[in-house]
Write a protein that binds this ligand. Sequence first.
Ligand code: ATP
Ligand code: MG
Length: 569
Amino acid sequence: MTRVISSLEFMDAVKNKPTLNFIEAIIDADLAEGKNEGKVHTRFPPEPNGYLHIGHAKSICLNFGLAKKYNGLCNLRFDDTNPLTEEVEYIESIKNDIRWLGFGWEKREYYASDYFDTLFDYAVRLIKKGKAYVCALKAEEVNTMRGAPDKPGKESPYRNRSVEENMDLFARMRNGEFPDGSCTLRAKIDMTSPNIHLRDPIMYRIIHASHHRTGNKWCIYPTYDFTHGQSDSIEKITHSICTLEFEVHRTLYDWYIKELELFPPKQYEFARLNLTYTVLSKRKLIELVEGGYVSGWDDPRLPTITGLRRRGYTPEGIRNFCEHIGVTKRETVIDIEMLEYFIRDDLNKRANRVMAVINPLRVILTNYPEDQLEEMEAVNNPEDQGAGTRKVPFSRVIYIERDDFNENPSKDFFRLAPGREVRLRYSYIIKYENVVKDEKTGEIKELHCSFDPESKSGMAGSKRKVKGVIHWVSVKQAISADVRLYDRLFAKPFPDEADEGKDFKSNLNPDSLKVKTCYIEPSVQGTKSLTHYQFERVGYFCVDNDSTEEKPVFNRTVTLKDSWQKKKQ
Ligand code: ATP
Ligand code: MG
């Protein structure tokens, strides 16, 4: 079973500055030995067959981050070898997401499809060396004859064709003489190798499909395995960093490079990011989007970069998270609270505070003049002096949070209750007078309170201290907005562990989105989408794309405290 990094372990990790990861240690040693003429050249190689997710962010931060740290370069390369699953929409979204995360690639935007001619020449070179052959076995036959790790495979009856015959057949494959699936070009390596990937792997397959960049020029396409290593080599990548599942492919990549006598990039593998309550596989994310389980690729509950952005996550928060979780070779699952911690930590520094009431209780200040209006001065961000102050309107009728009043309070309840006083943030101290209830249901309809005119914040008389401070909004000036209260998309920490006969979708959390009407102070009127706020005492929110002047919409990014801090309270 994979190990879950717990919150406590994690808090230690946060306290400690991140140390050198194993790839940095390798690069340091390479530089000390003068390898690669002292150069560091990495790449980020997405397949344009889906949107990027937080796992990709780890790889982006690592590859672009290393280039930055070592004064090197990082290419963006689309590994676009499969015309059936790739779309231009994905390419655009990938570029946007990388830029948004804070990285750039100057003019180094490459496509594996740019190398199709070169790769074709490489294939011909291998045929001429007697190292590749055209095989007419069907896909299933290739699979069964490949054997298993503990069972040697069987050689294809086409394996010993002459070079001439192979040259002729490969040319005819290219010219479109054969239908899809009728034959492949395979490398002639070793059908008994303990490494399955060396058992005559497929280099080219026939796909009569138009490619988003090369159009109808090709009807044969190289496999990912015949493309990836050579593309790295063509781009003179010094440190080719990928996730652990490619470790077993490395010997094959090295075999192609050696047989073709090309520049040899060195490949290093690290453990991919896994998060609790999250699926990070493009195939599953596509299923959620296409099946209508979420509203689209940018649904704020998805772990896609575009979803996280709409949710209100910041590039800085995501980068800090990626830096602190480190880079190792050990498969782990990271508690999603760690990601939330870094987002909260970043928003604390940059989000302006405003007051907003989500579960309103009407309060009438009986001794406050009917048509009086005051403006209270409020601090925008105590973490950032430069953020200044703003004016918040105050009047006789206000909303407070329903939870901030308790008719039968326990000893440790310091907010409003019969006989009690409380301070309204940036404003007066008010005192409970009586409660008005619905005669039939007994539900509390409103409170009557009095205010102490001498107690205004910032005034001489304001020194008087009471234990509780609560937030409020003036009913008349408040803006009503929709707030989308997001929770985890999955109800289980390991969504893939589904009951028998079911799949990960059966673990979706039915309460992952609740929409409520909320009342917010008027200063938020008209702010543009993605503006971050801290609703004091409630959580971090940001303005959604759907927001309009008439109907503002806010997404809850994260709550104010994580659950382990709550438990300690
Ligand atoms: P998925 O498994 O989600 O479908 P993928 O690995 O097929 O993704 P690619 O477009 O091939 O997606 O990924 C581009 C790069 O991002 C690769 O180098 C891949 O190793 C890396 N990557 C993908 N998922 C993760 C992850 N969860 N953590 C770290 N790196 C990842
Ligand atoms: Mg992949």
